[in-house]
Write a protein that binds this ligand. Structure first.
Ligand SMILES: *[C@@H]1O[C@H](CO)[C@@H](O)[C@H](O)[C@H]1NC(C)=O
Ligand SMILES: *[C@@H]1O[C@H](CO)[C@@H](O)[C@H](O)[C@H]1NC(C)=O
Ligand SMILES: *[C@@H]1O[C@H](CO)[C@@H](O)[C@H](O)[C@H]1NC(C)=O
Length: 414
């Protein structure tokens, strides 16, 4: 392992020298949405990378912060350009926010470190502000402890005190002055985008109006503080609710996905939402389908949303999570390898066709020795040679489509 670290560090030094000589400093301009594409200072940018929700937690522990550097270095050496991670940890063990407005400085410094390391390795970040699952429940619990009479987790979207807590968290993140870089988060171009909420759902109002109103309000709030960064909702992509487009609805993976209270079209049409997102988990969503059916769902799911983003939203689309557990052989199972090959082939084809789909981020990257965070979806690059190779080749292809100063730090790799 010591060897691998050394190799990554060495590669990075070589790459950085190459990059500085050729292109000057990384990430000096904000990513913008231009029609259905992304651009940085007028150059094309196709976001390509991975999810690693654990970065802040590891980054806050002196004994484990090297994991952050190693993961980002490794991703960068593969040619990846974007990492999506959590800018929240609400209550519980080692929280970022231990109670409303009370922050753990060690954790915040961990997030500072993640951002400064991402910048160092030429990666941009997508930072999510709260989680639908535990986070929503925690915020409602906090309001109950202060005397609010709340009965449902979905009161998150409507209760004035909960909304005050959430807005306060957003503001605290946006105005944080990074202790490692001295740059306030809202002014930092190495952050590509903010995400309102990971996988937001509101099952108590299937009309979709509750989530629509919350997104409108919070998008306005973010934009009032920060006009530089892109903003996305964090949706999985289910149609329904406010959306009466039957043609689109036919692509929903299961009947009840129309009953989660979110609405891909209407939610993403909101002013202030700069690009649309989908997640993609065929073996979770259609578990009894055979491999061929899952792959055909994969194609339909990405195509239907890319078409909607082109024709209705006129905004870019990013596949912000895709992943698969294997029925056998872990990450070397032929079904998992085929899933990765197909997902990247579909994304690449849509990019070449100048469709709204502009890239994908796989779920999730771990390092050797982090098996206790295993969820069956993880990719440990050194343990998964077939998928690692697919990711590497895709990243090279995508890098070559980016503008000259956005090709990642890979020019000297290999
Ligand atoms: C709390 O709200 C519920 C439902 O709205 C209501 O039935 C109940 O009476 C309320 N309790 C108090 C103490 O206000
Ligand atoms: C952020 O911190 C740096 C370093 O301490 C300081 O130079 C800079 O002025 C601060 N920025 C703001 C907006 O306070
Ligand atoms: C995973 O292992 C690390 C040490 O390697 C430990 O700090 C952490 O608490 C473990 N997490 C879980 C969920 O067991």
């Amino acid at each position: 392992m010591a060897n691998k670290q050394l190799v990554c560090a060495l590669l990075w030094v070589l790459a950085l020298i190459g990059s500085i000589i050729e292109h000057g400093e990384a990430a000096s301009d904000f990513v913008k949405a231009d029609g259905t594409s992304f651009a940085v200072n007028g150059e094309s940018f196709y976001p390509n990378g991975f999810n690693a929700y654990w970065l802040m937690s590891k980054g806050s522990k002196p004994s484990e912060m090297d994991k952050v550097s190693r993961a980002l270095c490794q991703a960068s050496s593969y040619g990846m350009t974007v990492v999506r991670t959590w800018a929240f940890k609400d209550g519980g063990y080692r929280p970022l926010q231990s109670s409303p407005g009370v922050y753990n400085e060690d954790m915040f410094k961990g997030l500072d470190f993640v951002i400064s390391e991402a910048k160092k390795y030429g990666l941009r970040l997508i930072l999510s502000m709260v989680n639908n699952f535990k986070g929503k429940r925690q915020y409602v619990e906090w309001a109950k402890q202060r005397g609010e009479n709340l009965t449902s987790e979905d009161d998150f979207y409507t209760n004035y005190l909960v909304k005050t807590f959430y807005r306060n968290h957003v503001k605290t993140i946006l105005l944080r002055n990074n202790t490692k870089t001295g740059v306030v988060y809202k002014d930092d171009p190495s952050i590509m985008a903010w995400e309102l909420m990971n996988e937001g759902r509101c099952k108590s109002d299937l009309s979709g109006r509750t989530m629509q109103a919350w997104i409108e309000e919070m998008a306005g709030y973010v934009k009032a503080i920060d006009r530089n960064h892109l903003l996305e909702v964090g949706l999985e992509g289910f149609f329904g609710g406010l959306d009466q487009d039957q043609e689109a609805i036919q692509y929903d993976p299961f009947a009840s996905s129309r009953n989660v209270g979110s609405d891909f079209i209407s939610n993403n049409q909101i002013h202030g939402i700069d690009f649309a997102t989908i997640h993609l988990y065929p073996n979770l969503w259609i578990p009894h389908a055979d491999d061929a059916t899952q792959l055909s769902f994969l194609r339909d799911w990405i195509h239907s949303h890319s078409n909607a983003a082109d024709e209705i939203l006129r905004k870019p689309l990013l596949v912000t999570e895709f992943g698969k557990t294997s029925r056998f052989a872990g990450c070397n199972g032929v079904d998992k390898v085929a899933f990765y090959r197909t997902a990247y082939a579909v994304i690449y084809k849509l990019i070449r066709a100048r469709s709204a789909c502009a890239g994908g981020l796989f779920w999730q990257l771990l390092l050797p020795g982090m098996e206790n965070l295993s969820d069956g979806y993880e990719i440990i690059l050194s343990d998964c040679p077939s998928i690692a190779n697919i990711i590497f080749r895709h990243s090279r292809l995508i890098s070559s489509l980016n503008g000259p100063s956005l090709r990642g730090l890979t020019s000297t790799y290999q």
